[in-house]
Design a protein around this ligand. Structure first.
Ligand SMILES: O=c1[nH]cnc2c(CCNCC3CCCCC3)c3[nH]c(NCc4cccs4)nc3cc12
Length: 373
């Protein structure tokens, strides 16, 4: 807990880093997994549960909140923390990624993005400045620059155009954010799967001397090894003393490997979204509880777990709830999956502290191969 935003490197093991982000609202132990709080809630979870599982920070969804209930309304109600009753750090995205993936995008130019709301069809224009203003109205602790993420594969000149515009938007967001010691605005490295564009983006953002850096434009359709290769180009070009956030990543395997390539922070809808669809993440791999083979399996997902959802409910019952489309099914599997992700992060942090990350990776991946027996 500090009056200003600070990042401390506590230990390294190869490229893996164990650190700590300190902010007025709390401390974030890194490597960290940040559960996605979509419309002001981590779907199917109580935020007390999310905290109990070990989350130090959650994500707020700017795109949804600006449309409903509206950023000015959230501000009138005392900001997002009071609204959703989460008093620890919140990271909000710029809203841009979801405009491009959820809304009917009307225009994207130097000024920003113009789109029709998927809620009521109203027209919105979001500039880099307006995105920062909205995140400020939400009283967000870590705010993301507006950027343009290009899905892969893409034409090199398209990737270059989007990367250069994102750099100009980063400067505008930095100016709009100004000087807020207890908060941070992160830049987002773009450049697709082209090393020289990645390096140019990272070095230019480094010169802006921001408090933290996200690696964007990945986990958008490229193979995992391309993503990891881009981390090997991007991370060395970023300042070692600032946190690195790999956006939208990922599966447990993606996270394990990305930590080994120098990443500190992650966000992904996978544990909650796939939980609602019946997919359970366990220390022995994934289990799709929709599958009929679980119909009479009285075992819990993992009797050694401290999470009630994982330890106390039979696979037969979970199978039944998911097949019956009962809310409790999604609730229990979201609980299990977030518990697993946070347990994985705690194991990662401990292994780096003890200088045995390579062994931890190997053991974890070996266990996943066991399947659910
Ligand atoms: O360059 C990027 N710039 C900005 N955001 C990106 C995101 C969204 C990260 N999660 C935001 C959350 C904010 C709060 C609500 C939930 C999302 C990405 N997600 C992925 N892959 C996973 C993907 C998910 C869907 C399609 S790809 N790659 C991403 C790349 C970028």
């Amino acid at each position: 807990m500090t009056e200003t935003f600070q990042f401390k490197l506590l230990a390294t093991d190869g490229k893996a880093r164990r650190g700590e982000v300190s902010m007025p609202r709390g401390t974030i132990r890194t490597p960290a997994f940040m559960p996605v709080g979509t419309v002001g809630t981590v779907k199917a979870m109580y935020l007390d549960q999310v905290r109990e599982l070990g989350a130090d920070i959650i994500l707020g969804n700017t795109y949804h909140l600006m449309l409903r209930p509206g950023a000015e309304r959230v501000a009138r109600l005392g900001g997002l923390h009071n609204f959703i009753r989460w008093d620890r750090p919140i990271l909000t995205d710029s809203g841009g990624f979801q405009v491009m993936s959820l809304s009917s995008l009307r225009k994207l130019n130097e000024q920003g993005v113009t789109f029709k709301s998927h809620v009521d069809g109203a027209l919105y224009h979001m500039s880099p400045e307006r995105s920062i203003e909205i995140q400020g109205l939400l009283d967000s602790d870590i705010q993301m620059q507006l950027d343009e993420c290009v899905a892969l594969p893409a034409e090199p000149n398209e990737i270059e155009r989007a990367m250069e515009m994102s750099l100009r938007w980063a400067e505008r967001c930095k100016a709009a954010f100004g000087d807020q010691p207890g908060k941070a605005m992160f830049g987002i490295v773009q450049g697709g799967d082209i090393p020289k564009l990645r390096e140019r983006s990272a070095l230019a953002l480094r010169d802006l001397d921001l408090k933290g850096y996200a690696v964007g434009g990945l986990a958008v359709g490229e193979p995992q090894e391309v993503m990891l290769d881009m981390l090997d180009v991007t991370c060395p070009a970023l300042p070692a003393e600032k946190p690195r956030y790999l956006m939208g990543v990922g599966t447990p395997d993606d996270i394990l490997k990305s930590v080994a390539h120098g990443i500190d922070m992650f966000d992904c809808v996978m544990p909650t979204r796939s939980g609602r669809h019946g997919l359970a993440f366990t220390r022995y791999g994934r289990i799709n509880l929709r599958n009929a083979r679980h119909a009479e399996d009285t075992r819990p997902l993992d009797e050694q777990s401290t999470c009630p959802a994982t330890r106390d409910y039979s696979r037969a019952y979970l199978h039944h709830l998911i097949r019956s489309n009962e809310s409790l099914g999604g609730m229990l599997l979201s609980w299990n999956n977030l518990a697993y992700y946070q347990e994985l992060m705690a194991g990662i942090r401990k292994a780096i502290e003890e200088g045995r990350y390579a062994d931890f990776m190997a053991e974890t991946q070996e266990n996943w191969k066991r399947g659910d027996l």
